[in-house]
Design a protein around this ligand. Structure first.
Ligand code: KG4
Ligand code: ZN
Length: 341
């Protein structure tokens, strides 16, 4: 007997992308509409929460309408409505949560709240139909740096996390320091292509008692000190060398921690996720490290690495299968922990 197709409308509004997608059976993306606010926030050098909420309100209905139209789907065809309910900016999250609740209530559809990081991890399922838990996943975004053991669908054990700045946050701060603007990740990646990654030996902190934890604030300070030192001496500095050397230090720490976990847990599959995972140099370094260890390596396409709703629809499908449903009291939880419901 053929299984019934489960068609989910997914909504994501946790930061500066207003996004909606229609996803069938978790891996078949029928539409994935993303309205980014990046050009607006660039003016201020970072995301301004009040502006983000207001823009989400202005755009969310259009984005959902477009997602349904592109998927040739009406609200009557849906089996559930999913939405990111945390972590993220509270005012931004609330727009998506209120919208999802309104649609689900009006259409008597199941409502599924999704953890944003679970969404990032699940982005890997979309283009890799053979990928199944268990696997290890490095989630590197603007707000998070987590090394996660994905034990099963919806079952996560966090092995390590950042003690201070997230990897993406470090890219953004260093980009600002060398005058590249927001968002810093793609700009540093571009600039680094013209530079020498071995030009400046930036230090990367190790945390003695927690081998899987990360710390990037020391590295960021080292870059700032290097720039200030040069300025004080009236010397010039090479931005491309700084970008390349900084990027090398971040990637070195990420690969080092990841491969240590692969060894300790005897993992045969490793995946990366989150906005920073769209960095080609990181992807190549991880790919190479996994090849050397003889394990499988997965990564989403760049458009599925940064915030989108297709990944929320993928995660929601497995939550749906596990029977998880939320009530009309679902609320935005800005500091939601992974694995908590
Ligand atoms: O996943 P995401 O879109 O939003 C969060 O959940 O945080 O990640 C955004 C972060 C930003 O810090 C951005 O600078 C970083 O991902 N990023 C990159 C690249 N593209 C985006 N970092 C390094 N290299 C990139 N190519
Ligand atoms: Zn994200």
């Amino acid at each position: 007997m053929e299984e019934k197709e489960i068609r989910i409308l997914a909504i994501e509004s946790s930061c500066d992308e207003t996004a909606a997608a229609v996803v069938c059976n978790g891996r078949d993306v029928r539409s994935n509409i993303i309205s980014t606010q990046i050009p607006l926030h660039t003016l201020y050098g970072g995301v301004v929460p009040e502006i983000a909420s207001r823009k989400h309100m202005e755009r969310i209905n259009q984005v959902i309408t477009a997602a349904l139209a592109e998927a040739d789907t009406t609200l009557d065809d849906l089996d559930a409505v999913a939405v990111t309910y945390g972590p993220g900016l509270v005012g931004a999250l609330l727009v998506g949560v209120a919208e999802a609740k309104a649609i689900a209530f009006a259409r008597k559809l199941p409502l599924i709240g999704v953890h944003h990081i679970e969404g990032h991890i699940s982005a890997n399922y979309i283009e890799n139909k053979d990928l199944k838990p268990p696997f290890l996943c490095l989630v590197v975004s603007g707000g998070h740096t987590h090394l996660v053991n994905v034990e099963d669908y919806g079952v996560y054990r966090i092995l390590g996390r950042t003690r201070d700045d997230a990897a993406g946050e470090a890219f953004d701060k260093v980009a600002r320091a060398i005058g590249l603007g927001y968002p810093g990740g793609p700009k540093i990646e571009q600039k680094a292509k013209e530079g020498n990654p071995d030009a400046i030996p930036f230090p990367i902190a190790k945390i003695e008692d927690a081998p899987y934890d990360f710390s990037f604030s020391g590295l960021k300070s080292a870059v700032l000190n290097y720039i200030n030192g040069k300025k004080m001496k009236g010397e010039s500095y090479n931005e491309a060398d700084i970008a390349a050397s900084f990027q090398k230090a971040v990637i070195g720490a990420l690969v080092d921690h990841a491969m240590r976990a692969v060894e300790e847990f005897g993992a045969d599959t490793f995946a990366i996720a989150g906005g920073v995972a769209s960095n080609g140099t990181l992807r190549q370094a991880m790919e190479e490290a996994c090849r050397k260890k003889g394990i499988k390596f997965y990564h989403p396409s760049p458009v599925l690495c940064t915030d989108n709703a297709a990944m929320i629809g993928a995660a929601a499908y497995y939550e749906f299968l596990a029977g998880r449903r939320d009530g009309w009291d679902l609320n935005a939880v800005p500091n939601l922990k992974l694995g908590e419901r």
